[in-house]
Design a protein around this ligand. Structure first.
Ligand code: SAH
Length: 414
């Protein structure tokens, strides 16, 4: 399959529609502008909303609980519709607060059921959120930053640079928009069963907002997800892994991608600051704190770069050492991700045989190593393909033009 061409053909209408929608969105106030000086309730988890109700509004805690249920279980954002609150309280809330979700600019469903949303965070920035349904579960891939500062060589998000951190409201707002669209009812109609912080950005670089948003995901008054069904993925910010272990019980995934420092420093520049040994030690500490839980190591397979038998052998040694250190078999899980290409990348996906061969070496050594299959291929929704939109008209016009040219060239060649 000529992947590049598929993308080029498909993305042109997406690009065009998104362009119009973004223009329209620009005419309306968005993000902070719309909430003005009022407090956005989406920024609060249970503890901070209780505090807001008690300290700022002089109300009882359970009022905060009622409001959370209206928002996260019933998708009601207008205080006037929160009928079990007294009139006076509703009026007070209207005066002081808003429930302001990110703005839906564009969304698209893939033929395989994967759904992607382009969400406006402010008039200049948009991010992507992806829903992936799979036998009996539905996973939402959530972004934590606009862009990313880590510059991993094989990741499309890196090419747009870093703009800013997302607020708690902007992170949980992604879950809210997807859950509402899916008709998710926590505890009953569970369309959304898992969240992975694997969208755009490095979640540990936006620690407080991410932790607060994850607390809403796991709260019964929020989305009611079990701890292990919320996964945070990091490129390896060692001190923050320890900090996360202190405050949260979520599942940890680590983007390893290479079994030695020389190669990893090339692929994931953060490795120069926190090399593999320090990273693995932090993972051991995390796993030991949460006895009985495993850590997932993501390994994106790139043709001729990290997909050779010697890499598999080095990886096995590394993960065995991890299992031994936490004294648990299968404490380390590997997720093999065949590289997802994007325009302009120098990397390629290994062929199927090489992927299977690599997996077999790990399996033969007794390791759990599923291959994460690409979903939403036709809507550019795969790992490392999320790019969002940055409202730089010139650059976006140029990109759009380039895609158009690529499509024309592809058509001519056909
Ligand atoms: N910054 C965090 C969260 C991103 S998660 C982290 O690095 O873990 C996205 C996952 O997809 C990461 O494991 C990332 O390394 C991987 N990835 C990035 N680009 C990719 C690509 N083009 N193909 C396959 N996987 C990719």
């Amino acid at each position: 399959m000529n992947h590049t061409r598929d993308i080029a053909i498909d993305i042109v209408p997406i690009g065009a529609a998104a362009d119009e929608a973004t223009q329209a969105a620009l005419r309306e106030p968005a993000g902070k502008a719309a909430s003005g000086s009022k407090t956005n309730i989406f920024d609060f988890d249970r503890a901070s909303l209780e505090h807001f109700f008690e300290q700022e509004l002089g109300e009882k805690k359970f009022r905060a609980h009622q409001v959370m249920k209206w928002i996260h279980h019933r998708y009601v954002t207008d205080f006037a519709d929160m009928t079990d609150l007294g009139k006076a309280l509703r009026a007070k809330l209207e005066e002081r607060a808003v429930v302001h979700a990110p703005q839906l600019i564009f969304d698209k469903e893939s033929t395989d059921g994967t759904h992607k949303w382009l969400l406006g965070m402010d008039p200049k920035n948009a991010i992507e959120t992806v829903y992936i349904p799979d036998k009996g579960r539905g996973t939402l891939c959530v972004s934590s930053q606009v862009g990313c500062a880590l510059n991993c060589q094989f990741c499309s998000t890196a090419t747009q640079g870093f703009n800013r951190n997302l607020s708690t409201a902007e992170i949980i707002g992604q879950v809210w928009i997807a859950a509402r669209h899916l008709g998710n009812v926590p505890h009953q109609q569970r369309k959304l069963t898992n969240v992975v912080m694997m969208g755009m950005g490095e979640p540990l670089a936006n620690f407080d907002n991410v932790v607060r948003a994850m607390s809403i995901m796991r709260d019964d008054l929020g989305y009611g997800l079990a701890n292990k069904r919320v996964t945070l993925s990091t490129a390896g910010m060692v001190p923050m892994i320890d900090k996360l272990g202190e405050v949260s019980d979520v599942s940890l995934a680590v983007s390893l991608h290479a079994p030695n420092d020389e190669l990893r420093s090339e692929l994931v520049p953060l490795n120069k600051k926190y090399p593999i040994e320090a990273l693995m030690e932090a993972c051991v500490r995390y796993a030991l704190r949460k006895r009985g839980t495993s850590v997932t190591f993501e390994y994106t397979l790139m043709k001729g770069v990290n997909d050779q038998p010697q890499h598999a052998r080095e990886l096995i040694r590394l993960l065995r050492a991890f299992d031994n250190a936490v004294q648990m078999k299968d404490a380390a899980k590997v997720n093999l991700i065949p590289f997802n290409p994007f325009p302009g990348t120098r990397f390629a996906r290994p062929d199927e045989e090489a992927i299977r061969g690599f997996q077999k070496l790990l399996n033969n050594a007794g390791m759990i190593a599923p291959v994460r299959r690409t979903r939403g291929d036709d809507i550019d929704a795969a790992c490392g393909q999320l790019k969002g939109q940055v409202m730089d008209r010139t650059r976006r016009q140029a990109e759009f033009r380039k895609r158009l040219d690529a499509q024309e060239a592809g058509d001519a060649a056909a």
